[in-house]
Write a protein that binds this ligand. Structure first.
Ligand code: ADP
Ligand code: MG
Length: 605
């Protein structure tokens, strides 16, 4: 075939492919236009998953009668005029492509009336290069109503790729709920085949939208994030991060519920998502993901939104600063709020008595612990551990602490002082605290203690290492030898020094002190298994996973009988951990039965 120019119609359809991928993309473009037009009320009507009809109505500024045709012309926009405008975009649209693209692949009817004009305009377009536009004057209230019918009727290839109606509906639901979350002051209503499935009031309260989007149960487990710009002269300190993140007790098997908006624009940015997931490091089990709805606001000139046709990606001028701001904001909230896992006999959430927890700032407790020579961790840094020797009367201490605990709405990260009562099934420690009874998993708790100690030592560059008097030969499976060799540097960094000794043999020269008393071959077996399993360094850094594995090996096992003094020491160390309530894999270290719950269970209340 000789080279030839493509006909206009085909050019439009190809271009439309970038913007309009599926019904949800149409909804996205129309909702964004309504928001740009300053609408406070947006109605979205969908039939058959959007393949038959999508209609978006708004009470925004409307399109002036003289400009309606132009609105459907490619590269026609009212939002930017010059190149310099491109670097400070404060509207969602700016490419002038959406309406033209939609009209290239569907039948579109636009009914609109600009504020300040007496009559509205109805325009039918779609189906061909000239759009066979058909217009008339019409009496309507100000605002815009755009109806998109028979999507992809002219592009059978696209039509074939559409999924079942239910799937397309789900995409639309996801989109509308996200925009509703980003714009709580705008009223959204979504109907599918005549049934209202989602509605917000537009009262401006984000928590109300969260409840509408996720339900009360989930919304109750979401923690507010509010990191305001600090008064610093560094330009990027003006990054504001706000919204909600899930408490570690709530998680999902995928990343779908990690929603981030940058300057009011929904973005799918791997790095930002990763920043949030990282903030949960060691609080969630591997393979579990948090939920979040976060708005990141930066000055418009700090972000380039013109990198993706559907504007789903952005580029930051200083990505690391944004990454850190997001991670810090989330981490701070998590460390402040993480509540103890509690026994709930009826399986119903009851959050009322969380208020009884002492705050990290509880002066009497701080003083008590300081007097005992224990460093109080300042969240969110890992804790520096020390072993108090003078702490001999835990019973008395914890009891005398009860009356002066202030009532606070925020559950503190640290534990109250606890009195050990005994051990159950050589696996759990029973303890009493000011707020009732605690059952502590001895293995999980010790893992947490060792992990924080390890991390703190490493941060101070004072990791305790045991050099072996004689290098100890260890064997690894043949298929793992090469991968292990690639990891020798990382391992040396955590105190495990191995040297290749030909074939499947390695010489072990040093181990982290925590596992000094373990069988060296078992330690290496663990490490090899961990390296072999590692396919997702995205979730936790490789090194962190290796450290976790070492701590797991070193920790007290379930089934081990513990002396009273050993249990007391373990609980003492757990009390000063930064995240005492979960093991580093994210499982709970303890469950709590409050005095209140006990009373209720025994019918005393
Ligand atoms: P863009 O949003 O990138 O400018 P569009 O093709 O989406 O491009 O829209 C073209 C123009 O039509 C917009 O710039 C705006 O002036 C006008 N427009 C589209 N939708 C609406 C609406 N709902 N209310 C008011 N004006 C609208
Ligand atoms: Mg637009």
């Amino acid at each position: 075939m000789p080279i030839h120019l493509l006909p206009n119609e085909l050019v439009s359809q190809i271009a439309a492919g970038e913007v309009v991928e599926r019904p949800a993309s149409v909804v996205k473009e129309l909702v964004e236009n309504a928001l740009d037009a300053g609408a406070t009320d947006i109605r979205i009507e969908v039939m058959q998953g959007g393949r038959k009809l999508i209609r978006v109505g708004d009470n925004g500024a409307g399109i002036p009668a003289a400009e309606v045709e132009l609105a459907f012309t490619r590269h026609a926009t009212s939002k930017i005029a010059t190149t310099s405008d491109l670097s400070r975009i404060n509207t969602l649209g700016f490419r002038g492509e959406a309406l033209a693209s939609i009209a290239a692949v569907a039948h579109v009817t636009c009914v609109t009336r600009a504020r300040g004009e007496d009559v509205g305009t109805q325009l039918r377009v779609g189906g061909g290069p000239s759009y066979d536009a058909e217009r008339k004057g019409i009496g309507v209230p100000p605002g815009t109503l755009i109806t998109v019918e028979d999507l992809f009727h002219s592009v059978p290839a696209r039509l074939k790729f559409l999924k079942a109606d239910a799937t397309e509906r789900r995409h639309i639901d996801g989109l509308v709920t996200r925009y509703a979350l980003a714009y709580p002051a705008v009223r959204f209503r979504l109907t599918h085949d005549g049934r209202t499935t989602f509605e917000t009031s537009g009262n401006g309260k984000l928590i109300d939208v969260l409840i509408a989007a996720y339900g009360l149960q989930v919304a109750q487990e979401m923690l507010p994030v509010e990191a305001k710009p600090e008064g610093s002269d560094r330009p990027l300190e003006v990054i504001a991060v706000s919204g909600y993140v899930s408490s570690p007790s709530l998680s999902r098997a995928n990343r779908n519920d990690l929603t981030l908006f940058v300057n009011g624009r929904w973005v799918q940015d791997r790095n930002l998502t990763y920043a949030v997931v990282q903030a949960y490091h060691s609080m969630l089990m591997v393979g579990r993901y948090p939920l979040c709805f976060l708005r990141v606001d930066v000055p418009p000139e700090e972000v380039d939104v013109n990198v993706h046709p559907a504007k789903a990606e952005v580029r930051f001028r200083n990505p690391d600063e944004v990454f850190r701001a997001v991670q810090r904001a989330v981490r701070t909230v998590l460390v402040e709020h993480s509540p103890v896992q509690r026994i709930d006999p009826k399986g119903l959430g009851d959050y009322s008595d969380l208020t009884a927890w002492p705050t990290p700032g509880d002066a009497s407790r701080l003083e008590r612990l300081r007097a005992l020579g224990t460093d109080i961790p300042t969240a969110p840094q890992p804790v520096q551990m020390s072993m108090p020797t003078s702490y001999t009367e835990p019973h008395k201490e914890s009891q005398s602490a009860v009356p002066d605990l202030p009532q606070s709405p925020i559950p503190g990260p640290q534990l109250p002082a606890m009195r050990v009562l005994g051990q159950i099934g050589t696996t759990y420690i029973v303890a009493e605290g000011p707020e009732g009874m605690y059952l502590i998993d001895q293995h999980a708790a010790h893992e947490r203690v060792l992990y924080e100690k390890f991390m703190a030592e490493r941060q101070r560059h004072s990791l305790a290492i045991q050099n072996l008097l004689e290098p100890h030969p260890v064997e690894v499976p043949i298929e793992s030898a090469e991968l292990l060799t690639e990891h020798l540097d990382v391992l040396a960094g955590i105190g495990l020094t191995l040297e290749p000794f030909g074939g499947t043999t390695f010489l072990l020269r040093s181990v982290p002190a925590v596992v000094a008393r373990e069988d060296p071959q078992s330690v290496v077996n663990d490490i090899v298994a961990e390296i072999d399993a590692g396919d997702a360094p995205m979730e936790a850094s490789e090194e962190a996973r290796l450290i976790l594995r070492v701590c797991k090996r070193a920790a007290i096992k379930a089934g081990q009988t513990l002396a009273m003094a050993e249990m007391q020491e373990l609980i003492r160390q757990l009390e000063v951990c930064a995240s005492p309530r979960t093991c580093p894999h994210g499982r709970p270290t303890m469950i709590h039965l409050s005095a209140d719950q006990l009373a209720r269970e025994f019918g005393r209340k």
